[in-house]
Design a protein around this ligand. Structure first.
Ligand code: PSU
Ligand code: MN
Length: 303
């Protein structure tokens, strides 16, 4: 085991016995949602994983230790501290470990730590991707490179159209990352079920997802797999409402000169602010939906 890694006892027991485990990220807690909804949601997501037959392992860096599985107190701390906790992507781990610091893990970093712990499936809301205007800014999330090199299945609700979804798919194709639609031929756009862009493969059951992931492992190449699971119809947002909010958030980010790692958290917070609580409720529901699918798929993988 990696000397910087701490696996919570319940998670370690489940892994040793070959029982299903699902990883969860912590940037969504500290940077993705406001307190106290973030903490309530994180705990509810863990409960949903349990209700569907798997053990949750929320991942973060605490005091320089890579944690797979957090206590209630640690989740409460990350949620209450919010943006005061460093957002930790791949490039940040060496500094946090060397300095004994705390970090909220993005999709990329959660994949790294999950993989070190031997966890194969990870559920979240949305992934980072190629930002609009990336042909000038080169702002492309490290999440995409991680999907290309770390063997974890990421279950998400697609990506928000704060990103350029077409370029994000092109990037994933170049990097050899399979993009699967769960019960759909179309890439979901987080708040809405459709984006107009096709996925590589449609899959209709957790067993079929597990079979594809197993085949990827047996082919012995390094990367992961992206499963995109559309938000349940009853929680989907009106496309015109969400598009208007995203356009305004992008204009405000541009006017304020927001760059680098601040871009995604800024845009996410703005969209929530502009749409009142509606987008937050949709966000919570789609994460729960992804947690259910990831837990059932983890159960299939453990068979
Ligand atoms: N997209 C969302 N919600 C999120 C994030 C992205 O809809 O919470 C977070 C995730 O942790 C993701 C990170 O890994 O933002 C990507 O940040 P960046 O674009 O700076 O790589
Ligand atoms: Mn970026």
């Amino acid at each position: 085991m990696n000397k910087h890694l701490d696996i919570a006892p319940e998670v370690a027991e489940a892994l040793a016995a070959g029982r299903p485990v699902v990883a969860l990220e912590s940037t969504i807690i500290s940077h993705g949602m406001p307190y106290p909804k973030n903490v309530e949601t994180a705990l509810l997501v863990e409960q949903t994983i349990r209700d569907n037959g798997a053990v949750p392992a929320t991942i973060a860096v605490i005091g320089g230790r890579l944690k797979a599985g957090l206590s209630r107190e640690e989740i409460e701390y990350l949620g209450r501290t919010g943006r005061g906790v460093a957002k930790a992507s791949r490039r940040d781990l060496p500094a946090l470990v060397a300095r004994g610091a705390d970090g909220a893990t993005t999709v990329a970093t959660t994949m790294i730590i999950a993989s070190l712990a031997g966890i194969r499936i990870f559920a979240t809301g949305g992934i980072g991707g190629v930002h609009r205007g990336a042909e000038k800014t080169m702002d492309i999330s490290a999440d995409l490179e991680e999907l290309a090199q770390t063997p974890v299945m990421v279950v998400c609700a697609g990506a928000k159209s704060i990103l350029d979804l077409g370029l994000t798919l092109e990037y994933l194709e170049t990097k050899g990352v399979p993009v699967i639609g769960y019960g759909t031929d179309e890439l979901p756009a987080f708040y809405t079920r459709r984006s107009g862009f096709g996925v590589d493969y449609r899959v209709d059951s957790p067993a079929e997802l597990a079979a594809m992931f197993r085949a990827q492992r047996e082919l012995d190449y390094p990367g992961g797999m992206l499963v995109t699971n559309p938000i349940p119809e009853e929680y989907a947002m009106d496309k015109a409402v969400i598009d208007a909010a995203i356009e305004q958030a992008l204009r405000e980010a541009d006017a304020a000169g927001i760059k680098g790692k601040e871009t995604t958290p800024f845009l996410l917070a703005k969209v929530v602010e502009l749409t009142g609580g509606d987008s937050l409720e949709s966000n919570i529901q789609l994460v729960l939906n992804n947690a259910r699918l990831a837990a059932r798929t983890a159960a299939e993988l453990s068979r």
